[in-house]
Design a protein around this ligand. Structure first.
Ligand code: GLU
Length: 467
């Protein structure tokens, strides 16, 4: 059997971080088993589905490297097929017309509420003769759900979960206007797409019981289910807007790399021993449903940020340049010149050791374009004594043309010795003079990247007070 999974988002907003994890798990499970991962856009709720949301979802999926197999399936386009199945079930006596008015349904709800029962349809038209149908009322088609016994689902994550069939009412399959309901569409689509494993959030667990019976009524194979515990915020409450960014695209805008987010989401509810850094290849090799946790995972921004710092250090400089360039250009307000670009590229190896996000990396790279305005901490180093020290260093450096990190280290140590100063006392004023900031790669590295001309110019500006 070829494993076929699917991700089935409703395009009513961005790709929620929890949904991104669902997509990732479906992707990894399929790839692990050498199968296929399909994408279905569940756009049947016409009022809430938007093209913008579809684009955001597709875009985020591509960004995360969750490439799907085959064409994207759009659920709404298949409505006729869904309706045909409802009519077929009707013809087979497995479904029936229900002519209840909204007042009658409202009464049922009130009655259930008054008796502390879950709101459910009472089967009014289940066994009623169609000849009793009121004139001029367009009926809905309801599914004849079993009322006796219990339904058991062997869920790959939750284990055996059961429900008394008396709890399942006769759900609507086709509305009075002929449009199919979600419950019908999802089953027909999963069957037609040959889905073997349905991996999704456990908010759909109760739907699985109803879907189970629909498969049986259609005499279709029932896929395996794996219902994932939801993601909670760091305070233990269900992840919501107040916990911060929720859409995958927000994380991109905040400067996270897709591989860091994927690695983080993978570990959120799934484990492989103590492994924290897991590449896509390893994930495909190791992923299976048996190591998915049963309790809700907590979203931890600090952990994600640390992983991001790791992946930034590992990333190719050229890729980091591509990501940083627009951010830097926006900050400085001009297109980078070739010289500026080359300088940042040269400094990238040092810069990427210290940045936790791409945004921070771009900020830190600004020192290779211009001196950043000194903050309060840096201001403290702008003293007459510091200006003299910097002037001495500059004068000594004018004598050399070798601006390698190693040679600069030797030269500046010599100047420090000559002046009877500790290197530490010289390094910080130099850093402020060269960058405007108190944090940067080593001053030797910064000067090596800036080159002699620019370095000496910045040192002179500091000593002469034109910073
Ligand atoms: N469209 C549903 C959602 O976005 C998912 C349905 C499913 O996975 O079965 O929640």
């Amino acid at each position: 059997m070829t494993v076929i999974t699917r991700f089935a988002p409703s395009p009513t907003g961005y790709l929620h971080i929890g949904s991104a994890r669902t997509a990732l798990f479906n992707y990894l499970f399929a790839k692990h088993h050498g199968g296929q991962f399909l994408l279905r856009i569940e756009d049947t709720d016409r009022a809430r589905s938007t093209q913008q949301a579809v684009d955001a979802i597709l875009d985020s999926m591509k960004w995360l490297g969750l490439d799907w197999d085959g064409e994207t399936v759009y659920q709404f386009a298949r409505a006729e097929r869904h309706a045909a199945i409802a009519r077929q079930l009707l013809a087979e006596g497995k479904a029936y017309y229900c002519y209840c008015s909204s007042e009658e349904l409202e009464k049922m709800r009130e009655h259930a509420k008054a008796n502390n029962l879950p709101p459910r349809y009472n089967g009014l038209w289940r066994d009623r003769d169609p000849s009793e149908a009121p004139a001029g009322v367009a009926p809905v088609i309801r599914f004849k759900a079993p009322q006796e016994g219990e339904t058991v689902i062997e869920d790959l994550v939750q284990g055996a979960v059961r429900i008394h069939n008396s709890q399942l009412d006769d759900m609507v399959l086709l509305r009075a206007d002929g449009t199919p309901t979600y419950m019908l569409s999802v089953v027909v689509d999963d069957h037609d797409m040959n889905i073997t494993h349905i991996i999704r959030g456990d908010d759909h667990l109760t739907n699985a019981f109803r879907q189970h019976h629909l498969y049986q009524a259609c005499q279709w194979d029932i896929p395996q289910f794996a219902h994932l515990p939801l993601i909670h915020g760091s305070d233990g409450a269900k992840l919501s807007k107040r916990h911060g960014a929720l859409g995958a695209e927000n994380y991109r805008d905040l400067g996270f790399l897709p591989e860091a987010l994927c690695n983080y989401l993978l570990r959120l509810g799934w484990s492989h021993g103590d492994d924290e850094i897991i590449s896509r290849e390893q994930a495909i090799e190791w992923f299976d449903t048996n190591a998915i946790g049963r309790s809700p995972a907590r979203f931890d921004m600090a952990k994600l940020t640390n992983l991001n710092a790791h992946y930034i250090r590992e990333a190719e400089n050229a890729r980091l340049m591509t990501l940083c360039q627009p951010l830097i250009e926006e900050k400085v307000g001009h297109k980078l010149s070739v010289a500026e670009f080359d300088r940042i590229a040269l400094g990238m190896t040092g810069l990427k050791q210290r940045a936790k996000t791409i945004t921070e990396l771009a900020d830190n790279a600004l020192i290779y374009v211009r001196i950043v305005p000194p903050d309060e901490k840096a201001q403290k180093f702008i003293t007459p004594a510091a200006k003299i020290l910097v002037k001495e260093v500059r004068q000594d450096l004018e004598q050399t043309d070798s601006f390698t990190e190693q040679d600069l280290d030797t030269h500046i140590r010599k100047t420090a010795e000559r002046l009877g100063e500790k290197l530490g006392n010289i390094a910080q004023p130099l850093r402020v003079a060269l960058t405007g900031s108190t944090v940067s790669p080593s001053v030797f590295e910064v000067m090596a990247v800036l080159g002699k001309h620019e370095s000496l110019q910045r040192l002179a500006a500091f000593s002469e007070g034109t910073h």
